[in-house]
Ligand binder design. Structure first.
Ligand code: 6R9
Length: 648
C-alpha cells in the first residue's frame, strides 16, 4: 500500500504542520527542560514548578521525576478550571447499552457529582495516599469515582469489569485497598454482568489473603437484586444526598501517585503500574490535543473501557483536562447490530473516533453496507490502538469508515507509557497503512538486537526508548526492584518496551508485536504465565504451556498445551471444563481458543519449556521448528506435531 500524503483539508484545520512537528521534536529532545517547561503550563498549577526534568535510567538508580517541586490537583484541572468558561458544556456524553439510553453530563454537573463522591469517600475515612479499587461498568459514575479519588489525593486502582472475582480479589489485596466502588450489575450487549456478586466474592478472597474491604460503595445501574452487608455496603444514591456538594481539591505534589493499574507481563502476577500526577496529566492532555487534532467544541469518542489505560488517558484524563466532550459508551460494537458504532457517530455527531483493530476487523467482517448506510459526515480524525493493524484493515477503516476524508492515526503506546509515544499527527504526517509512523515530542525510540547492540538505519529489532518522557510510569507499586528488573535490566540505561519493531528507510516505525511472553488477544494484554497458572490450578492438570497464534478477529488467539496428571484421560468434556476453569480464574477475555493435550512438553535439559517450538506448532509451521537437538527428549516434538495434524 502506498503512502497517503497529508491532504490540504487536514493541513488547513490542523494545529500543527510538518515544519512545526520537526521544530518541536528537535527542541523536545535537545532541550527537554525548555520544551516541557513551556508545555507543562498547559495545566493549572497551585504552586508552579521550577524544576522540570529530573530523571535517571542508570542501573541501580531508576528515578523518574517531572515538575517535582510543583503542586496541583488533577481533578481541578479536569473540572474546576473549566467551570467559568464551559460550565454548561457537556463533559461526558453517555451512550447506554440500549440505543434508547443516553445522557449528557455538563462540567457543572460533573463538578457536583465528583465533589459529592469525594465527600462520601472522605466520610468513610479515605485519606490522601489511600488506595481505592474501582470495579465498574461503563457509566459516568466510573469517571466520577476516578476523579473523586484524584480530588482528595487517594490513589485509584481500576479493575476491568470483565475480570473474575479471583482477579479482582488479588488486585484488592495487592493494592491493600479498603474501599471498593462497584455497581449492582453491568449491562453489555443486552446481558447483565453480576458485578456486586463478583465483588462480594472478591472481598472474601482478599479477606483470606489478609486484606479487609471496609467500605463497598455501590452504584445502582440495573436495580437488580444484590446481597447486602450492613456496615460495609453503602448505596451511592443514598450517600450522595447526605453529603455536601462542596469539596475543595487537595493540593498534591506533581510526583504524588494518581493511580495504579494492573497489567500483565511475561512473568509472575500482574504488576501494579504506578502513574503520578503532574507529568502524567501534562502528557495525556498534550497527546490528546495534538494526536487527535482536538479543537474546542469537538465531540470525541474513544471506545475503550475505563478498565484499561486507554480509558484512563483518553476517555477521562486527557480529554477532560482539555475541556472536551468525551463520549462514554456502555455497550459493545455489535449490539443491537454491527452498525452500532456508526450509528452512535451519527447520533452524537462524533468528530474524533478512536478504537481498536480487533473491533475494526470484526465490523469489517459484517460487510460494508452496515457502515455505508450511515452518514459519518461529522468525522474528521480516526484512531486505532492496542495492537498492530494490518494494512488491509487500516485501508478499510480509512476508505469505508472514513470515506478517505479523515486521517487514520495508528497510535502505539502501553500502560507503562501513560500516553501515546509513536503516532502520526493529522496535519503533519504522511501516512503508511500499518505503520505507527513517528515519535511524539520527547520520545526517543531505538532499535537494539538481542545482545543490546544499537541498530541504525532501516532495520528490525527490539524497541527501546532511551530517555524519559513525562507520562512514563514511575514504579511498580510496592516493588521498585521489579520495575528496574522488568524494564531496565535487559538493556541497561534504556527502557525496554517488550515490543519488536522495524524502522524503514524513511525513519517510519512499524511495530511488529511482543517479543516476550505476553500475548495480545483482542487488544488485551495477557501474560502466558497467568493462563498457565490458571490451568495448572485445575486438579487434573500437571503442566501447561500457553502461546499465542494468529487469529483473524482477535489478532492473537490463546493456544494451550496441557499435560494431564497420571491416570487422567484426555476428552472433549475435559477440554470444555478447562476452558470454563480459566474463564473462572481470570475472566472471559482469557478463554483458551485451543487446548491440545500433550503427553510431554518440549524442554531443554535445564527444564525450560521451548516456547519457540510450541509457537511454531500452534501456527502450523512445522517446517520451521529449528534446532531441536538441545531438547531433553526430542521425540516429544514429533508427538506434538502428529497430534496437531490429526486435529485438523
Ligand atoms: C495502549 C495499550 C500495550 C501493548 C504494546 C503493543 C501493543 C498497542 C499498538 C500496539 C502495534 C499499536 N500495541 N498499541 N501494537 N501498534 N498501535 O494498548 O496498552 O494494554 O498496555 O498494551 O499493545 O504490543 O506493547 P497495553
Amino acid at each position: 500500500m502506498s503512502t497517503i500524503h497529508v491532504k490540504d483539508e487536514w493541513k488547513a484545520r490542523a494545529k500543527l504542520t510538518e515544519d512545526q512537528y520537526q521544530d518541536w521534536y528537535r527542541r523536545s529532545v535537545e532541550d527537554p527542560d525548555g520544551f516541557w517547561g513551556e508545555h507543562g503550563k498547559r495545566l493549572d498549577w497551585i504552586k508552579p514548578y521550577e524544576r522540570v526534568k529530573n530523571t535517571s535510567f542508570a542501573p541501580g538508580n531508576i528515578d523518574l521525576r517531572w515538575f517535582e517541586d510543583g503542586t496541583l490537583n488533577v481533578a481541578a484541572n479536569c473540572i474546576d478550571r473549566h467551570l467559568e468558561t464551559r460550565g454548561d458544556q457537556t463533559a461526558i456524553l453517555w451512550e447506554g447499552d440500549d440505543p434508547a439510553d443516553s445522557k449528557a453530563i455538563t462540567y457543572r454537573q460533573l463538578h457536583e457529582e465528583v465533589s459529592r463522591m469525594a465527600n462520601v469517600l472522605k466520610d468513610r475515612g479515605v485519606q490522601k495516599g489511600d488506595r481505592v479499587t474501582i470495579y465498574m461498568p461503563m457509566v459516568p459514575e466510573a469517571a466520577y469515582a476516578m476523579l473523586a479519588c484524584a480530588r482528595i489525593g487517594a490513589i485509584h486502582s481500576v479493575v476491568f469489569g470483565g475480570f473474575s472475582p479471583d482477579a479482582l480479589g488479588g488486585r484488592i489485596e495487592g493494592a491493600q485497598s479498603d474501599v471498593l466502588i462497584t455497581s449492582d450489575e453491568g449491562l453489555r450487549g443486552g446481558r447483565k454482568v453480576p458485578l456486586k456478586k463478583n465483588a462480594d466474592r472478591a472481598c472474601e478472597i482478599a479477606e483470606k489473603a489478609g486484606q479487609t474491604v471496609k467500605t463497598m460503595l455501590v452504584i445502582q445501574r440495573t436495580g437488580g437484586e444484590v446481597a447486602w452487608q450492613d456496615g460495609r455496603d453503602v448505596w451511592w444514591h443514598e450517600a450522595r444526598e447526605a453529603v455536601s456538594a462542596d469539596c475543595p481539591p487537595a493540593e498534591m505534589q506533581a510526583e504524588d501517585p494518581l493511580f495504579i493499574l494492573y497489567t500483565s507481563g511475561s512473568t509472575g502476577k500482574p504488576k501494579g503500574v504506578l502513574h503520578t500526577s503532574g507529568g502524567y496529566l501534562v502528557y495525556a492532555s498534550m497527546t490528546h490535543e495534538y494526536v487527535f487534532d482536538y479543537h474546542d467544541g469537538d465531540v470525541y469518542w474513544c471506545t475503550a473501557d475505563v478498565g484499561w489505560v486507554t480509558g484512563h488517558s483518553y476517555i477521562v484524563y486527557g480529554p477532560l483536562a482539555n475541556g472536551a466532550t468525551t463520549l462514554m459508551f456502555e455497550g459493545v460494537p455489535n449490539y443491537p447490530d454491527a452498525s452500532r458504532f456508526w450509528q452512535v457517530i451519527d447520533k452524537h455527531k462524533v468528530n474524533i473516533f478512536y478504537t481498536a483493530p480487533t473491533a475494526i476487523r470484526s465490523l469489517m467482517g459484517a460487510g460494508d453496507a452496515m457502515v455505508t448506510k450511515t452518514s459519518r459526515a461529522s468525522l474528521k480524525v480516526l484512531g486505532t490502538v492496542g495492537e498492530p493493524i494490518n494494512p488491509e484493515v487500516w485501508s478499510w477503516y480509512y476508505r469505508v469508515v472514513g470515506d478517505e476524508r479523515s486521517p487514520v492515526v495508528d497510535t502505539w503506546w502501553q500502560t507503562e507509557t501513560g500516553g501515546i509515544l509513536i503516532t502520526p499527527l493529522p496535519g503533519a504526517t504522511d501516512l503508511k497503512p500499518g505503520s505507527a509512523t513517528r515519535p511524539f515530542f520527547g520520545v526517543q525510540p531505538q532499535l537494539v538486537d538481542n545482545v543490546g547492540t544499537v541498530l541504525d538505519g532501516a532495520n528490525d529489532g527490539n524497541l527501546c526508548i532511551t530517555d524519559s518522557w513525562p507520562g512514563q510510569m514511575r514504579t511498580v507499586y510496592g516493588d521498585h526492584e521489579r520495575f528496574e528488573q522488568t524494564y531496565f535490566s535487559t538493556y541497561p540505561n534504556k527502557y525496554f518496551t517488550g515490543d519488536g519493531a522495524r524502522r524503514d528507510a524513511d525513519g517510519y516505525w512499524w511495530i511488529t508485536g511482543r517479543v516476550d511472553d505476553v500475548i495480545n488477544v483482542s487488544g488485551h494484554r495477557m501474560g502466558t504465565a497467568e493462563v498457565e497458572s490458571a490451568l495448572v490450578s485445575h486438579a487434573k492438570v500437571s503442566e501447561a504451556a500457553v502461546v499465542g497464534y494468529p487469529h483473524d478477529i482477535k489478532g492473537q488467539g490463546i493456544y494451550c498445551y496441557v499435560t494431564l496428571m497420571e491416570g487422567e484421560e484426555p476428552s472433549e468434556a475435559l477440554q470444555k471444563e478447562l476452558v470454563a476453569h480459566v474463564r473462572n480464574e481470570i475472566g472471559p477475555i482469557a478463554s483458551p481458543d485451543k487446548i491440545q493435550f500433550a503427553p510431554g512438553l518440549p524442554k531443554t535439559r535445564s527444564g525450560k519449556i521451548m516456547r519457540r517450538i510450541l509457537r511454531k506448532i500452534a501456527e502450523d509451521d512445522f517446517g520451521a521448528l529449528g534446532d531441536t537437538s538441545t531438547l531433553a527428549d526430542p521425540g516429544v516434538v514429533d508427538d506434538l506435531v502428529e497430534h496437531r495434524q490429526n486435529r485438523k
